[in-house]
Design a protein around this ligand. Structure first.
Ligand SMILES: Cc1ncc(C[n+]2csc(CCOP(=O)(O)OP(=O)(O)O)c2C)c(N)n1
Ligand SMILES: [Mg+2]
Length: 580
């Protein structure tokens, strides 16, 4: 904390920033503006902050979200007042729905300027509606107010953001003039001696490790011993440690495991009961004996086939969640065990099971046949394709790199066609609200938070949506693989595609733009490979050099739809070729 503060605005800003740092916040994402000057100056002069400046508040907020997602620690987003603050809503929504600790600090006009027609003044009270886990409208800094109030407010904000469920918090910070760090006469208020002498937060929160209810574990242990046909479905997991804990439980329990691509259990060699092609294995299931018990862990599942599988059978569903929210869109769950994923895995470790071997083999056998057939089919493609790129990127992604995938077809393609061998690698996506906005900024933030190079696999519309965030990527080990199919290719897979009279251009937003000039505008290396082999060379070279690159893959929406249909047929035929 820089001292002594020149005025009360700066003193409070210093206290806020120092207390955030003491609570583990390192990364601050800000966009320029005047009203936020006290906070910005405090961040600029704090020795332990890492600041990213971006001209677009929406991108800055998504970058903070990505950073918190990648690091597992809260990240802060600072904005000036007015529409600048309103630009944070999409990232706040995503943070709320995907349980990411995002600290939103919005500078504001003082109360006497609200509702008066004052410039750049809007109603910022509960601006993000019900999404934040906590909202505080700070008073204007004042020497009359105990400075410990500022500290306990920050501590509580971080506690709420990182609690269960984690999520965004919103601190609205009104300031009167002077906004700049001009020195004012007059005595500043005292600060707690205990706090000044220490490096810890003023209030330390000691939360438990999310241990599950012992009664629920002992009942589940009994049930697991009796059940012959159990399955595990694993949704999004936040860290590789969670993925490893679930993988180890899965291999011990021995049931078939259908893990979503964002579970982070799929990009690497896994035990054979973790099926490699769960989307197609579930799609091919017709006729197989029904499971008795479904154990569901983690967050959302992207594949409709995996999501829908438990709904199509008459099994008891037990869900393990680390929060209190209802996550049961089809209203089928009969028991919810609230516990952290790792605590649950520890508690259930050692539980004996008696899986029906033939049943397990029928799943894993089908999985192997699908995997083999899909690999052969994709390898034989002579033209560059969306499934081929998903397979190549997941195969070539180095061990210490992470993959960030955009919503729309990229996440589905990686889920269906991604390859799973080698070391386990990190993968993430914005699937809380599945927006296509802010994806490039989130991937950049993820790179900062995870501290590793990132490959972003993204569609053309999603990239156009967040094109100006390429400014963040410049000079960073972030490789953007842009699948340009000239519009929203996903709509070709939806029933609306059969209605030619309204389909084009209303749903696909067709365009003929290329990203070459955008890459050059932002100083990013650009390539446009024309064949699968060219793509592999281009991608491998970008990984090797470790500098920002944009690799544009041009495909065509209709033939992409047909190729997906062929690959699905190939997978289902392979699954059924042994009477499965
Ligand atoms: C912010 C936002 N706007 C609109 C949508 C609806 N939407 C989902 S996918 C999609 C098209 C995405 O196109 P592109 O990024 O090119 O990927 P492709 O479908 O071609 O794989 C749209 C508009 C959304 N999810 N989020
Ligand atoms: Mg597209």
């Amino acid at each position: 904390m820089s001292s002594p503060a020149p005025n009360i605005n700066r003193l409070w800003a210093d206290l806020i920033v120092e207390e955030l740092v003491r609570n583990g916040v390192r990364h601050f994402f800000l966009a320029p503006g005047s009203r936020s000057s006290p906070l910005v100056a405090a961040i600029a002069q704090h020795p332990m902050t890492e600041a990213t400046i971006h001209f677009d508040e929406r991108g800055a907020a998504f970058a903070a979200l990505g950073c918190a997602r990648g690091s597992g620690r809260p990240a802060a987003w600072i904005t000036t007042s007015g529409t600048a603050a309103a630009n944070g809503l999409p990232a706040v929504v995503e943070a709320a729905q995907s349980h990411v600790p995002l600290i939103a600090l919005t500078a504001d006009r003082p109360p006497e300027l609200r509702d008066t027609g004052a410039n750049q003044a809007i109603d910022q009270i509960r601006l993000f509606a019900t999404y934040p886990r906590w909202f505080v409208d700070f008073p204007c800094p004042s020497a009359e107010i105990d400075t410990s109030f500022v500290l306990t407010t920050v501590d509580q904000a971080v506690h709420r953001a990182t609690g269960s469920p984690a999520g965004p918090v919103h601190l609205n910070c009104p300031y009167r003039e002077p906004l700049a760090p001009s020195r004012l006469a007059g005595k500043l208020p005292e600060i707690s001696d205990r706090w000044l002498r220490s490096r810890s937060p003023y209030t330390e929160y000691r939360a438990g490790a999310g241990e599950p209810d012992p009664g629920a574990i002992s009942e589940l242990t009994d049930e697991a011993r009796r059940v012959r046909r159990g399955i595990m479905i694993v949704g999004e997991l936040p860290t590789l440690e969670d993925a490893r804990a679930v993988t180890s439980l899965a291999s011990q329990i021995g049931w078939p495991v259908f893990a979503d691509i964002t579970s982070q259990m799929r990009l690497g060699d896994t035990p054979s009961n973790i099926v490699r092609r769960p989307h197609f294995v579930c799609a091919a299931n017709a006729g197989a004996a029904e499971p008795e018990l479904v154990l569901r862990l983690g967050g959302p599942v992207s594949s409709k086939e995996i999501r829908g599988y438990p709904d199509s059978v008459d099994a008891r569903i037990v869900a393990v969640v680390d929060h209190q929210e209802r996550r049961d869109p089809s209203h089928r769950v009969s028991t919810v065990i609230q516990a952290s994923t790792r605590a649950f895995c520890r508690a259930l470790a050692g539980a004996a099971t008696s899986p029906d071997r033939d049943w397990l083999d029928s799943w894993t056998g089908a999985d192997e046949r699908i995997d083999f057939a899909l690999r052969a089919q994709i390898d034989s493609l002579s033209a560059i394709s969306e499934p081929g790129v998903a397979a190549a990127v997941t195969r070539l992604l180095p061990e210490d790199n992470a993959l960030f995938v955009a919503s729309s077809m990229p996440i589905r393609d990686v889920d269906m066609f991604g390859s799973s061998s080698g070391a386990l690698r990190r993968i993430a996506a914005n699937r809380g609200a599945s927006g296509i906005d802010g994806t490039a900024a989130t991937a950049f933030g993820y790179h900062l938070g995870a501290g590793c190079p990132v490959t972003l696999l993204i569609g053309d519309l999603a990239l156009l949506h967040d094109l100006n965030s390429l400014a963040l990527v410049q000079g960073r080990p972030v490789i953007v693989v842009a699948i340009n199919n000239g519009g929203g290719g996903i709509f070709n897979f939806l029933p609306i595609a059969e209605h030619a009279e309204v389909f084009e251009p209303w749903f696909t937003s067709p365009h003929i733009w290329s990203f070459e000039h955008a890459a050059s505008m932002f100083g990013i290396h650009y390539d446009r490979p024309g064949s699968p082999l060219d793509f592999e060379r281009s991608y491998a070279a970008a990984v090797r050099t470790g500098r920002a690159a944009l690799i544009e893959v041009v495909t065509e929406r209709r033939s992409n739809r047909l190729l997906h249909a062929d690959l699905r047929t190939c997978a289902l035929e392979a699954a059924r070729s042994d009477g499965f």
